[in-house]
Design a protein around this ligand. Structure first.
Ligand code: 13P
Ligand code: SF4
Length: 375
């Protein structure tokens, strides 16, 4: 018996510690990533979000915006899905992929600060407080932006709600209003407000719900009047872009065009010529005539990539803010963490697996499937 135990222990695969990867130069990591991928072959697929830093993005097999990445996660059949993005994206991949597939986030601290602005206890409290004024399960559809934790997607699944992304928010809101007359939209007030505005909902009927105030800081009358309750959350990267940046640029470049992500504030979206998801931004600039000039309000890694890609066509692509604003959490997926995660897989060890508990995944999937059916 003791002999059998000893044998099991010697056979156990040890995790390769990250410590040894920390001092590696980016260049050294690149070669190790390529070598590990070669050994793993089709057993691994790398998904990369558009905001991912260039030295990681270049290793991605499949790239896209949040909606595309959700669809891609359902479509791959590799044993391992290594997600170069942030935590909520890896959770979605886990929920939508097959049970036998394993999703890996190379650095677990790659979260989304906006997603952290809404939590299940706070949303449940909001639901209870709204219930003091009207029955939310009859009158309010909860919509969670995909930038949210899996338990909030599960909440939506359970309460007749749905998930949306920046590229389908308008259709999703349309679906919601076909069922109930009000919407509780979390966690991004800006995407919610912009989408409501596009649907001709007056700003006076879109009320901000402050989760840190009793009753969201609203009176019963305001709750009754509101068509959209906007969770007081935002993306700190996109809040760096300001109306004055656009106004100043337009004076210098009257023939140029401005394009922004809908996580930007309302004024920025209103002053922009185009507003849409990361994929929409890429496609719109790609389709513009040679020589065109753009001001872009979204994360810096993506803007730099677009600028480089389209510069041979004489297109000028400029970042909207005067300061550097990157998605610092996504930035944590660096070549060192990617090399570390892949080399562990080569050794048969899964590190940093993202696994949503089954009961939560089941309900979250209901809300995600509703979204995918509409998109
Ligand atoms: P997209 O779905 O447009 O890629 O946006 C995701 C995101 O997190 C933007 O900050
Ligand atoms: Fe989250 Fe903002 Fe980063 Fe997007 S850019 S992942 S919303 S923190």
């Amino acid at each position: 018996m003791a002999g059998a135990q000893e044998k099991d222990q010697t056979m156990e695969v040890k995790t390769i510690a990250f410590e040894g990867f920390k001092p590696l130069a980016d260049e050294a990591c690149q070669a190790r990533i390529v070598a590990a991928r070669k050994k793993l072959g089709d057993r691994v697929v790398l998904l990369g979000h558009h905001y991912q830093r260039a030295d990681v993005y270049k290793h991605a097999d499949l790239t896209g915006d949040s909606l595309q990445l959700s669809k891609l996660a359902c479509g791959t059949d590799s044993e391992y899905i290594v997600f170069c993005g942030v935590h909520f994206m890896a959770e979605v991949a886990d929920i939508l992929s097959r049970a036998s597939q394993k999703v890996i986030l190379p650095d677990l601290s790659a979260g989304c600060s906006m997603a952290d602005m809404a939590s299940l206890p706070k949303v449940e409290r909001a639901w209870r407080e709204i219930a003091e004024v009207l029955d939310p399960d009859e009158h309010v559809t909860p919509i969670t932006y995909i930038n949210s934790a899996a338990d909030l997607k599960a909440f939506c699944g359970e309460h007749g709600g749905i998930v949306c992304t920046s590229s389908n928010a308008r259709n999703i809101l349309g679906w919601a209003f076909g069922r109930r007359e009000k919407v509780l939209f979390f966690p991004d007030q800006h995407l919610g407000r912009w989408t409501g505005y596009l649907m001709d909902i007056p700003l006076s009927e879109m009320m901000v719900w402050d989760p840190d105030e009793p009753m969201g800081g609203l009176t019963p009358q305001q709750i009754k009047m509101a068509k959209v309750l906007l969770w007081k959350g935002h993306c700190s990267v996109h809040q760096m872009f300001q109306a004055q940046h656009i106004l100043r640029w337009r004076q210098q470049h009257p023939g140029g065009a401005v394009i922004s992500h809908p996580e930007c504030n309302f004024e920025v979206c209103k002053l922009s010529d185009y507003v849409g998801s990361t994929d929409y931004i890429i496609k719109t600039i790609a389709a513009s005539p040679p020589g065109s000039r753009w001001l872009v309000g979204t994360e810096l890694n993506l803007v730099n990539r677009i600028a480089e890609e389209f510069s041979p066509q004489g297109k000028s692509v400029q970042f909207m803010a005067p300061t550097v604003c990157m998605c610092s959490t996504m930035q944590r997926i660096d070549p060192q963490h990617l090399a570390w995660a892949l080399e562990n897989l080569v050794d048969g060890k899964v590190v940093n697996q993202i696994k949503v508990p089954a009961y939560e995944a089941e309900l979250a999937r209901v809300a995600l499937d509703r979204m995918l059916a509409i998109s």
